[in-house]
Design a protein around this ligand. Sequence first.
Ligand code: GUN
Ligand code: FE
Length: 428
Amino acid sequence: MVKSKLRTVRGTLLVPDPIRRTLAKQDDVVIDIDADGTIRSIDDADAHPSVPPTWPGTVILPGFVDTHIHFPQTRILGSASGPLLDWLQEAVFPEEARFAELRYARSVAAQFCEAMLRQGTTSAGIFSSSHPGATDELFVALDDWGLRAQAGLTLMNRGAPADVLLATEPALEAAEALIARWHGHDRDRLRFCVTPRFALSCDHALMRGAADLAERHGLFVQTHLSENDEELRQTAAAFPDHADYLAVYEDYGFVGKRSIFAHCIHLSDSEWQRMAQARAGVAHCPDSNFFLGSGCMPLARALGHGARVGLGTDMGAGRTFSLQRVASAAYDATLVRGEAVSDGETVTPESLLWLATRGGAVALGFGDRVGCLAPGYEADLVAIDVPEDLPDDRLYDALLFRHDTAAVRATVVRGRLCWSREAPATGP
Ligand code: GUN
Ligand code: FE
């Protein structure tokens, strides 16, 4: 764990527009960071002749935002036993059962946090297991490693082996205790998030209790939506009175500007319209979708509807902690669908980098403080190697598609160096 405080950073920046899906390059500037980790100013480096380049040969972006990831799947990453429901039974539930043991949870939590920081992730939306103790260990590790996150106890009281289920009452009591201990911790760096696994894993009482928690504490809700054909079939059978999958979540008041839904592959036009109208977030997880054979979310169509989209690794169905790889997979997914252009929206490497940074920050509700580099935003940064002599018009391509060379050099959250391949030059 590194965690030295940086007060100045010099380098070339890629700065996302707060609203439009574009980035602007600022060559050789100095970011001045205050003691709280907030950006005070960004000036031309000429004005600071004594500050050396912090990470020469890199470009600096706001840290990546992973809008959807599963802490207790760290050790089963790459278990090829899809499709979704088979994979949950064979690979996921047996592993998640191990998180009943605190020592195990503690050691995986450290690996999990380091793996995110190593790939330049500074903020994440995280599913824990259904174990309160493991979830507390996750928060402890997030706090220690300096990450920004919203994380939740995974709520599930049916549809899985008993050792990963938690009944409604103890689950809601544990959630209250975790909220009291962690929600808003360290000037709101950590937040508790209400996390029903998906409709099939929660009965009516648990869904109602989850909705009540979210309402009373003003919390975000995260869950899975419309990922896999068989999941859709079983959900329709379990909720015969609902017009579609989204309607199940709407019924509990889960669909609003404080909610984020992973996958959204098979939504109808009506569901997309309602998602956009409600300002709900979408965690687009294309690498996971390829690995489980779930399908390809229509990204351009989603953006055309005005949906708030971020990118998610969905690790362990996703095979990587790297948002660069996920952005690359998102590009592939639009080509596979033949929908790189739809409704006047074009999916480009530049717009995907925006989704991986600013888009994710907005979708997770951190948009007022991160996902952009300007005075007043907190200094969450990632420095990434760029090949020498790269023409400017190939920069986005290189960051997304040159998997062997565009490596993360350093990761900073709120001005703290949380991970680095080497010690930075800090200057006088
Ligand atoms: N749906 C319900 N649980 C899960 C999970 O752990 N991963 C994915 N990808 N989909 C899910
Ligand atoms: Fe998931």
